[in-house]
Design a protein. Sequence first.
Length: 158
Amino acid sequence: MCWYSAEHSKVLQAEAGQRIVTRRMHGSTNWLVRESDATTLQPCAVCLLDGTDVLLRPSEDEQTRLKLPPEPKAVFRMLTRPKRDVLVFADGREIAIDGLPTGMILDVLGVPGSEKLSSVLETHGSNTATITQDPADETEAEPVLGRLRRFFMTSSVL
């Protein structure tokens, strides 16, 4: 969970397939909120579990300013020293959630411990692995972490 949800109670847990957006709150920190809450007066924070995979949807300007590759994927991490929430990219670079521009859109690709994967992972491209699960074949299904590992190992991001 993110540090905000570790210390407060009114939060939502992120789910695979959910679209969230950064929103500046209390003048100094970024919250992740539902896209539908981006302009409401009192949005509810959406917190990510440590290890959650996300796909950033930056504008061209944000992509250039943050030096992000096309369709940048990252893993959410809760760092303890100092206590902060960051996104870790395939090249090892970290960007703090507070360092993201207000209004940045993120798609939640997968949540640790959850078998539900975002439909973004089911794209059919030449450089992208297809990760699907046939509900009728649940007894022989590959574990979600194995599918994610296979997806990221065959992805063009690395």
